[in-house]
Design a protein around this ligand. Structure first.
Ligand SMILES: [Zn+2]
Length: 245
């Protein structure tokens, strides 16, 4: 299993969009949109990355008188669709703590991510969601260096003051593991429910923050891409199926 093996289909027409992170597609809050569906919804100016949903896009297409074409396709798509695996996100905490080895986790996360780049585990075209500066301005979005790139890692259970707790380890390119966070307390029951009652297909570790591109103004009042450094955060993405009853 590779790093970028999470495939995506357009949520509206079902078009195969290839791998998880790639160009000519737009991420919705609940799926993906292909370039022709972006056009039918009114173009990039009318759709907001990670905010619009399948439902709001269908509404925009209706306003654009494109819904009929799309719905026809959509029904065909639904007919062929296999039961989809579920995907859930788990928030983490403690990314700024020091580890037992005295190394701060922020520093460790930075080092691991740099090694992924240095050793070509992640190639340039996947950084910043595969978006060019022109596209960042066009989408009017901000995007972190490792947006949607799944890192390798591990989750280990331990006992914290009599309660179940889960530590997140990121794997370096030499397969060494370093503790970088914990699953947030509010997400622990939901996490336990999945590992105990579902069939986990894949566990991905996302690194948020770090070097982040955003749209700002230059001295002439023109939109340009700027860069800022944010603290790193970790999110865990679990893909699972319900177990056969
Ligand atoms: Zn589409």
């Amino acid at each position: 299993m590779g790093y970028f093996d999470i495939k995506a289909n357009c949520s509206i027409c079902g078009k195969d969009l290839g791998l998880f992170t790639f160009r000519s597609r737009l991420q919705l809050a609940d799926g993906w949109l292909c370039s022709s569906c972006i056009k039918n919804a009114g173009g990039f100016k009318k759709v907001t990355r990670k905010k619009d949903t399948k439902e709001t896009i269908l509404k925009k297409m209706q306003e654009n008188n494109k819904k009929d074409i799309v719905q026809q396709k959509d029904e065909e798509f639904i007919k062929k669709e296999k039961p989809k695996p579920h995907i859930e996100t788990f928030h983490c905490v403690g990314e700024s703590f020091d580890n037992e080895d005295g190394i701060n986790r922020q520093k460790r996360i930075k080092q691991i991510t740099q090694h992924y780049k240095r050793d070509d585990f992640i190639t340039k075209e996947f950084l910043y969601g595969g978006l060019s500066n022109k596209e960042i301005i066009e989408f009017y979005t901000s995007i972190s260096e490792f947006d949607d790139i799944p890192f390798l890692g591990n989750i280990k259970e331990y006992n914290y003051q009599g309660e179940r707790a889960f530590a997140i380890y990121l794997q370096d390119t030499d397969k060494k593991e370093y503790k970088v966070a914990n699953i947030a307390r509010k997400d622990i029951d939901r996490y336990i429910n999945i590992i105990e009652n579902k069939k986990v297909i894949r566990t991905g570790f996302l690194v948020d923050g770090g070097k982040t591109k955003y749209v700002g103004l230059n001295e002439n009042g023109k939109d340009v891409v700027k860069t800022k450094n944010l603290d790193y955060g970790i999110r865990v993405i679990i893909t699972y199926e319900n177990l056969e009853k």
